[in-house]
Design a protein around this ligand. Sequence first.
Ligand SMILES: NC(=O)c1ccc[n+]([C@@H]2O[C@H](COP(=O)([O-])OP(=O)(O)OC[C@H]3O[C@@H](n4cnc5c(N)ncnc54)[C@H](OP(=O)(O)O)[C@@H]3O)[C@@H](O)[C@H]2O)c1
Length: 344
Amino acid sequence: MPSHPAIRLHQGGRPLYLEHVETRPPGPGEALVRLRYAALNHRDLWMRQGAYGNSGAPPCTLGSDGFGFVEAVGSGEDEAWVGRGVVLYPALAWGASDRAPDPAWRILGVPDAGTWAGAVTIPVSQLFDAPPGWKPEEAAALPLAGLTAHRALFRRGGLTAGPDLRAAAEPQRVLITGIGGGVAQFALQFARAAGAEAWVTSGSEDKLRAAKAAGARGGALYIAEGWGAALAREAGPFDLCVDSAGGAGWKEICAALKPGGALVYLGATRGPGEIPMRDAFFKQIDIRGTAMGSRGDFTKMLRFVTDNNIRPSIDSVFPLEDAEKALARMDAGEQTGKIVLKIS
Ligand SMILES: NC(=O)c1ccc[n+]([C@@H]2O[C@H](COP(=O)([O-])OP(=O)(O)OC[C@H]3O[C@@H](n4cnc5c(N)ncnc54)[C@H](OP(=O)(O)O)[C@@H]3O)[C@@H](O)[C@H]2O)c1
C-alpha cells in the first residue's frame, strides 16, 4: 500500500503530528484521490483544541476540504473518473432528503480519514468535477464553507436568486455576521450575486472596509453595544441574518431583524445564542439551524459559483507541514476568508 504524509490528530488539546500513513486502496464504489491542496475549517480548530467531543478518538487525519486528481477506482464502472480534477462533497452518508441528513451522517475528516494528506480514499459518490479554469487552491477552498453558506442563505434562509429578486421592488436585506470567517465570505458573495443588499459585522474596522470594497453595503463592529438597533436604523431592518457566532450577538441580531425576519445559524463560535425571548416571539422571528447541505445543495452551489463567476476569497496558503501555524492564524481570528494548505 502506498504511504503519504498526513496531519494527524492523536488527542484533542495536543499537538498535531505529521506522519506517513498508508492509504487504503479503493474498494468497490470508492476512489483514491491524490490531493494537491486542502483547506481549513473552524471544525479543524475545534478538534485540535479538543472542543469537538473527540478527545478519546484514535489517531486520525484531519481535514474536510480538498482538491486533487483521481488516481484509482475500485470498480470498473467508475474508470471514467481516473485522471479527473475533483473536489470532494464533504458530507458523508447524508442520505436522500434535502430537508435534513440521516442520523449517521458525518463530516469528512475524523472519524473518517480526512484531506490533510497526500491522498484520501473516499466513496465515488463524493466526487465532483472541480469548477473549470479554477486554480487548485481555489477549488480546495470551496466545498464545506461554500455548501454551508449556500444552504444557509437559500434553502434555510429563503433567499431567492436571480431575476425574480432583482425585479422585486425592494431588495432583500441580508446581514452576515463575522465577515472575516470562511463561511461568511462566501455568504457575502452569494447574497450579492443573488441581488440582495448585504450588510456585515466584524471585530475589525479593516475587515469592514474590505467587505465594503467587496460589495457589502455597510457594516458594524459587533463589539459595540447596541449595534443591532443602530444598524437597522442605518440600513433599514433586515429580512435575514446568517450567523455563526451565537452568544450575546443574538440579542443584537433580533433587534436588527424586521418583524417576521429569519435568523439562520450555523455555528456557536461565541457560545450558545442568548435568545431575547420576548423580542423574538413578538417579532415572530424564525430561528433556524443549518449544517452543511445535501448532495442537491452541493450541486446547486457548484452551478451557482460557476454561473456567477464567483471565486473563493483566499486568505493565505501554508505548506501542509505548517498546519499548526495555519490553525494559529485562524485561532487568532486574523484571517479574511479561507486558509489553505499546499500538499504537493
Ligand atoms: N453548521 C455547519 O455546517 C458549519 C459549517 C462551517 C462552519 N461552522 C461553524 O461556523 C463557525 C465559523 O466557521 P468558519 O469556518 O467560517 O470559521 P472562521 O473562518 O474561523 O471564522 C470565524 C469568524 O468568526 C467571527 N467572530 C468571532 N467572534 C464573533 C462575534 N462575537 N460575533 C460575530 N462573529 C464573530 C470572526 O469574524 P471577524 O474576523 O470578522 O471578526 C471570525 O473571522 C464556526 O463556529 C464553525 O464551527 C458550521
